[in-house]
Design a protein around this ligand. Sequence first.
Ligand code: 1HN
Length: 367
Amino acid sequence: MTSLSSPVSPSASAGPGQPEPSAELDALYRGFSDELLVPLWTEIGELMPRTPSPAARPHVWRWDRLFRLAERSGDLVPVGRGGERRAIALANPGLGGAPFATSTLWAAIQYLKPREDAPVHRHTQNAFRFVVEGEGVWTVVDGDPVAMRRGDLLLTPGWHFHGHHNQSDRPMAWLDGLDIPFVHHMGSAFFETGPDQVGDRSAPDRSRAERLWAHPGLRPVARPDPLPNSPIAAYRWEHTDAALDDQLALEREGHPGVVEPGHAAVRFSNPTTGGDVMPTLRAEMHRLAPGARTAARREVGSAVWQVFDGTGQVHVGERDWTVTRGDLVVVPSWAPLAIGTDSGLDLFRFSDSPIFERLHLDRVQVG
Ligand code: 1HN
């Protein structure tokens, strides 16, 4: 089988549905090549696999190694206009060195030293931060300072100005997730720099966005319309943690609510639609009780998982890893995933599922 990226081999021997090799056939294929044409019959297997066959591969990145390299970047690399962010991206081993975790998802560790600023800009790519450790940075989204603390999910939807400032005497590192590869492949990227100063340097405990929008089941009557992005700038760990705890407690009391035995999960949602937080990105938190093991599951679309707490075993495709706090696992489209733990495990997950659901390309297989 020829691949999509290599030229047609003139001496390919005939397979099912393929012509017999001949000098005339070689000349025909040279003619195609000269005219920038590719015949379907040499590519059909690549273009139309029986089931998804993504280029991205299952892979794990260890947080302790990422953190050490991020720290070293802090010693050697400034943060400012031009580079914009001290962010170091996961480069999937199947994607030729591009800074892409999967063909749609970007995942990076970002590092900001004490008292440092990351400059204000905006882009069409949707972004979030998830904090696995530390605090002391405020991300200022459209002028609204949003505190970042362990366990929090912070949103920066596309085309909103944002910059960060570290108000503390300690460095801070976190996970950035964006839809950069998707936007890149679709030729839809726009970028603009913002004001030279990060702006509001106050350090409130709660952002204005949270004060307006982040009350459970309550929305302001003055804002009735659905919004494409969640207006909740920060989903705080205390709420996420309580929701997961309650699901497992209800299970023990014999009430429904968990995904499967010992597996609680919540999806971060846009309160104005009930849907995903942003049009291209889904974010969830999962908790496995001690001794729990998930069913094997695969779905169209790719995901990145980060261990928030605990230790467990992750099986993706043909690979098996023991993972611990901060470790990141990439799950390509349609790769079966199963997770187990003896001691209990909390995991953050983000995926590109909203894209596929919106286009009716989504499929899920469990077991
Ligand atoms: C960006 O703006 C952030 O705001 C993080 O922290 C990573 C990667 C590429 C382009 C823009 C951020 C980014 C990014």
